[in-house]
Design a protein around this ligand. Structure first.
Ligand code: KIV
Ligand code: NA
Length: 268
């Protein structure tokens, strides 16, 4: 039996080795990444990459829960972290606990939520009651309407000071780690040096203790426009289109199916 990576094991990576993480919401992707990542995130980015929604705001807790269950049953060793979607934790501590507890019941080992100092009380409430929390600060996609777009964070000294304070606040509250998104390198380096919990970067430079990206982005399955911080490792979209085109051609020409694909026909 393969044992899953635990939260204390993730925390122990700090200053020892890089933490590798990717997102997944489906069984095939979860199976493919499981041997290679320390944790897998069922991100609310599923709203955009799997459901074609314009942002992450309208995916429901139930949908994240179903994808969490799919990923959990398709993996053996990666630690499972599920995003608390917009509206499932901001209302009250009780709501946050109920939502996070539900994700744990569906196979998550931990949850991620967006917010720094403003979410410290929630992080403390959950983590002290057995629900490990990964905080997410800097560029927070659930604040897209407040930000007026997806803009890199921490450029002004005031913004940098706020993000630095957020990192310290989530650590104090008991977060086991913190995602830094779209943060300037100097600030990411400073925060990573100052806090004792691992920093997981996405568009936040190699200074972080680990990296995460959206799997569809690195595989070329999320369209032409990807953020600057994405590196493309494959062009699966082109492969998929070619395969489907060939199939359509074969059906129309009669080249498929062949005898070996048929029942009650002797294949030669
Ligand atoms: O939803 C998501 O994909 C995320 C990123 C940090 C990868 O939150
Ligand atoms: Na997310």
């Amino acid at each position: 039996v393969v044992k899953r990576v635990t939260i204390p094991q993730l925390m122990a990576c700090k200053r020892q080795r890089k933490i590798v993480a990717l997102t997944a919401h489906s069984a095939p992707v979860a199976r493919a990444i499981d041997p290679h990542v320390d944790f897998v995130l069922i991100g609310d980015s599923t709203a955009m990459v799997a459901y074609g929604l314009p942002n992450t705001l309208s995916i429901s807790l139930e949908t994240i829960a179903q994808h969490t269950a799919a990923v959990a049953r398709s993996t053996q060793r990666a630690c499972i972290v599920a995003d608390l979607p917009f509206g499932s934790y901001q209302e009250s501590l009780a709501q946050a606990f109920r939502s996070a507890g539900y994700l744990l019941s569906q196979g998550a080992d931990a949850v991620k939520l967006e917010g720094g100092a403003i979410m410290a009380e929630t992080i403390q409430y959950l983590s002290s009651r057995g629900i490990p929390v990964l905080a997410h600060i800097g560029l927070m996609p659930q604040y897209v309407n407040t930000m007026g777009g997806y803009l890199s964070q921490g450029k002004s000294p005031e913004e940098a000071a706020r993000i630095r304070a957020d990192a310290h606040a989530v650590q104090r509250a008991g977060a086991f780690g913190v995602v830094l998104e779209g943060v300037q390198e100097a600030l990411a380096a400073e925060i990573t040096a100052q806090v004792s919990i691992p920093t997981i970067g996405i568009g936040a430079s190699p200074a972080c203790d680990g990296q995460i990206l959206v799997t569809e982005d690195i595989l070329g399955l999320s369209g032409e426009r990807v953020p600057k911080f994405v590196k493309r490792y494959a062009d699966l979209d082109t492969m998929m289109r070619k395969a489907v085109e060939q199939y359509a051609e074969d059906v129309r020409s009669g080249a498929f199916p062949e005898p070996q694909h048929c029942f009650g026909v002797k294949s030669t």
